[in-house]
Design a protein around this ligand. Sequence first.
Ligand SMILES: *Cc1c(COP(=O)(O)O)cnc(C)c1O
Length: 474
Amino acid sequence: MRYISTRGAWRDAPLPFSAILLEGLAPDGGLAIPESYPRFTAGEIEALRGLAYPRLAHAVLARFITDIPAADLGAIIDRTYTAATFGSADITPVTPLEPGMHLLHASNGPTLAFKDIALQLLGNLFEYVLARDGSRLNILGATSGDTGSSAEYAMRGKRGIRVFMLSPYGRMSPFQQAQMFSLADDNIHNIAIEGVFDDCQDIVKAVSADAEFKHRWHIGTVNSINWARIAAQVVYYFRGYFAVTGKARDRVDFAVPSGNFGNILAGHVAKSLGLPIRRLILATNENDVLDEFFRTGRYRPRKTAETHATSSPSMDISKASNFERYILDIVGRDPVAVRDLWMKMEHDGGFDLAASPYWAMVQASGFVSGRSTHADRIRTIRDVHGRTGVTLDPHTADGVKVAREFLDPEVPLVCVETALPAKFAATIREALGHDPERPAVYADLESRPQRSTVLPPDVARVKDYIVAHAESAS
Ligand SMILES: *Cc1c(COP(=O)(O)O)cnc(C)c1O
């Protein structure tokens, strides 16, 4: 298995998995993607039914990661997907929610969000590849909450890796801030920037744009376009499928609360591998750039000023970073067509596929969509709690709200739960009048000692800090 860029780079000499693992964007601005998707036959899929999560993960990931010896990959996976880290040996248990609908619990990892499924694996893959190649990595990131904590919990204590995470000073929720700032590991550096999230992101961009600095200090990122994160997420679509079907070729629908299009892209990849997924039901919040596309064919990324701050904040996106990978499939894997569309987007602010032959491909891909607002979210949390006693987090509530619009008695539906309600106490209080339950490990979270360094929004000061604390040549 080798990788190319969505815009055509590396086509003459496709790269192995290890070479794209630590890469951000390809040199042409595209994203790494397998040259072609491996296919599982119906028989091969059935042979995976009943496997324990780590064995299933190995069977799927071995198709994408062919340059790490099978025994080493197996050991990395076994270390990652444990009951100790994810709360149960099932890793992503599936439970019935209401007639025809199930919840896939993907958020029982260390930071109570589904991002742990991918990032915990990424931490172990990074450590392995860096040790093998005698290399090292300084991860620089910006976070407004969720991604930063998942990345820190995945990289804490890892050899050869330091994390420099910028966050807006005093602007995270007390729970999110405590989750990150209470980590005592030497390789984790929390930098609170006196500014807003965009200031943090601008600093990361400025540092990354300094090629010499980036190279000299081995600066990398762990953002949502990392291909290994997508591959890791493919596994739980298999898991969800087996949980609600009984035999070969039975079909399933998935509903996915979406932001940067990473989670649901993994569903699209699972379908491309041969998993009998009928519909992929994409749910957005008020930031509905993706719902607009799947309803109308028009893709129109928003400006930062047009991006709403909502009560499902991890879905507050202006453009969907992973969308380009899906579009490559829609245009028949023609990277020139992708490049043209993205160039058009630069000039015109968007593109419209409705009148093009590609629209039929979009419709054939199984995607449908819907949108959820704050009022929908509150109503859904209240309604589901009243009927079932289950407390949904605000993002999963968006998924359930939209999933209900597509329920079909003929085909079971699995909604991916993307976070636990404990992280979003204010919204749960608004919906239910009481605080959400909190997992025991986080009972005393806000009273633990916290560590961070406050810096002004100044690129030079951040660079100085990195140089003083970086993982350096050994
Ligand atoms: C990141 C996140 C999402 C959005 O997932 P994408 O892969 O970006 O589409 C949804 N819900 C929660 C809780 C998240 O943390």
